[in-house]
Design a protein around this ligand. Structure first.
Ligand code: PGA
Length: 254
């Protein structure tokens, strides 16, 4: 069975003081060790070591929002998966739609990042999702399948325990417009089928996260869908109260 995960993507937000206050509060609100879900936070890279130190043995996992497609060398400004691991990270997002559209990441670059992440011992969260235009043209399924094929092209069956997939319809990211539970479930079921066809049962056991304007008041209904194993949370992950409420919503007793 796929593990439940709630992951907070802070994007370009935060500071040393914010990190300190956020986890001070979050730790009062949830105890991930007691939860039947993995709770992860993805701060900007410069704060990753601070977050990893602060969360310590609390059960909260630290991740990077992006990793380099290369291991080391003359790549100014990049941070490698091995460095993320060294700084205390255990996960990394790869191919977020903002990376694809604002920073020109192609399927090829994303596949290289997935490989780097896995080789360095990280769990990679490969992000896929269609734009509004693609949905209106009825090509959401096709786009998502082609992004999956691109991102996971070099992944072997043995590496699947290190892979998570996040479905984030671009039209729902940061817009306040969430996919309905039925719309999200439809694509999640398609992703599960695709992974099963490709990799067999181990593919079907990959955790599938929904992302795009998940809030405390819609999380429970989304997470109740058969093929939604958790969420990738942007805006609502910046407030300990709302992030904690979403974390609780994924738990069986939440
Ligand atoms: P949002 O972002 O929750 O603010 O819509 C989700 C994401 O981009 O991961």
């Amino acid at each position: 069975m796929a593990a439940k995960i709630v992951a907070g993507n802070w994007k370009l937000n935060g500071s040393k003081v914010f990190v300190q206050q956020f986890f001070g509060e979050l730790k009062q609100l949830i105890d991930p060790v007691q939860m039947d879900a993995c709770i992860a936070v993805f701060p900007p890279a410069v704060y990753a070591a601070q977050v990893a130190d602060l969360v310590g043995e609390s059960g909260i996992v630290t991740g990077l929002q992006n990793i380099a497609a290369h291991h080391e060398g003359a790549y100014t400004g990049e941070v490698s998966a091995a460095m993320a691991q060294d700084a205390g990270c255990r996960m990394a997002l790869v191919g977020h739609s903002e990376r694809r559209t604002l920073f020109g990441e192609t399927d090829e670059i994303i596949a290289a990042k997935v490989a780097q992440g896995i080789e360095s011992g990280l769990t990679v969260v490969a992000c896929v999702g269609e734009t509004l235009e693609q949905r209106q043209q009825d090509s959401a399924a096709e786009v998502v399948e082609s992004q999956l094929a691109g991102a996971l092209k070099d992944v072997t069956s043995g590496q699947l325990p290190s892979v998570v997939v996040a479905y984030e319809p671009v039209w729902a990211i940061g817009t306040g417009e969430t996919a309905s539970p039925e719309q999200a479930q439809e694509i999640h079921a398609l992703i599960r089928r695709w992974l099963k066809n490709q990799f067999g049962q181990a593919g079907a056991d990959i955790s599938l996260l929904y992302g795009g304007s998940v809030k405390p008041d819609n999380a429970k209904e989304l997470f109740a869908q058969a093929d939604i194993d958790g969420g990738l949370i942007g805006g609502a992950s910046l407030q300990p109260q709302s992030f904690a409420a979403i974390c609780n919503a994924v738990c069986s007793d939440g």
